[in-house]
Design a protein around this ligand. Structure first.
Ligand SMILES: [Zn+2]
Length: 325
């Protein structure tokens, strides 16, 4: 094959090989697509992504099958900068320690089910660009449905404007990206053995006989369950980060939001009391407040939400290892 002598096809073959070996699945486009920069400079393309130890920079993803409401963690060793793109959303690859760049991409409740490309663009330490395309499949989540009757008086003071203002404020916070502070595994905010799940993420709801609509943006813990009341129970940070909000909200009541960096945030709502202030760094497992029933709530419970790249995702999937992290 004459084309090989030009070197033009060497990198695609290598890219396909390393991508396949990284993922262990036929998850890569069989053409081993490369970006324009690498393709247009065949003489150097084969070097693109080579690390100091001679191994090419290559991405690894935590899973290639992700549910609606799930998330994927991407890490790249031996790259200088980079970004990942999936479902029309792009996240920067940021320093995750130990010479690795990391990013977590969320999949929304309404994102399309089926095959979707995950594109990884990197620039190595010599300034060479490389691109990897990973085949990811979005799997359908069966959302639960709940019919909620709000007692008279509950939520009565809330207007559409107040609710929208709170949503807008949270959306603005969740769109932020700071240096990565999360590390290792993610932990539950309360003991889920003691306080069972009472409302799942993504649940569709009907209030007072109205139409079923929307998706619950978090996980409710400890309400309508047998066993001890969650009221007053300590609520802990699910990972390390910095408190970016600790105040009373109209819908979510007393709320704490922790910025874990890399576009990942966790929120803890309806708290009885706050134990932290905005701007305060917190460690994984540190107490943020105590569970209660403030805001739009019919009884003591913890509403725990998680956002990645501006997308609300199912926090429970971050606890059981099924996403590969
Ligand atoms: Zn909730």
């Amino acid at each position: 094959m004459a084309a090989r002598r030009t070197g033009r096809w060497v990198f695609p073959v290598l890219a396909a090989f390393f991508a396949l070996s990284s993922f262990g699945l036929p998850a890569v486009d069989s053409h081993g697509e490369v970006g324009a920069a690498a393709t247009d400079t065949p003489g150097t393309a084969v070097l693109a992504g080579l690390a100091l130890d001679g191994l090419p920079a290559h991405p690894s993803v935590s899973t290639t099958q992700v549910y609606q409401g799930g998330a994927v963690r991407i890490s790249v060793a031996a790259a200088a900068t980079g970004s990942v793109t999936m479902l029309g959303r792009t996240a920067a690859l940021l320093d995750g320690g130990q010479g690795t760049l990391v990013a977590i991409l969320g999949v929304g409740t309404e994102d399309a089910v089926g095959p979707t490309p995950l594109r990884v663009d990197i620039v190595d330490r010599w300034g060479e660009a490389a691109r990897f395309d990973v085949a990811v499949e979005v799997l359908q989540t069966q959302w639960t449905v709940d019919y909620i009757v709000l007692p008279p008086g509950v939520g009565g003071g809330l207007t559409a404007e107040i609710i929208q203002a709170e949503e807008d404020r949270l959306r603005a916070i969740y769109s932020g990206v700071t240096a990565v502070r999360w590390e290792g595994i993610w932990v539950a905010p309360v003991d889920l053995g003691l306080f069972p799940i009472s409302g799942y993420f993504g649940e569709q709801r009907s209030f007072n006989g109205g139409p079923v609509s929307g998706h619950h943006g978090g996980t409710d813990i400890g309400s309508r369950a047998a066993g001890p009341s969650i009221e007053g129970a300590a609520v802990a940070a699910t990972n390390a980060g910095v408190v970016v909000l600790a105040e009373e909200m109209a819908v979510r009541g007393n709320m704490v939001i922790v910025d874990h960096g890399g576009g990942v945030f966790s929120g803890y709502a309806h708290l009885q009391q706050l134990a932290v202030v905005a701007g305060q760094p917190v460690g994984k497992g540190q107490v943020l407040g105590h569970a209660g029933t403030t805001g739009l709530s019919t009884g003591p419970h913890l509403h725990w939400e998680l956002a990645a790249g501006g997308v609300l995702v199912d926090g429970l999937r971050w606890l059981d290892g099924t996403q590969g992290f």
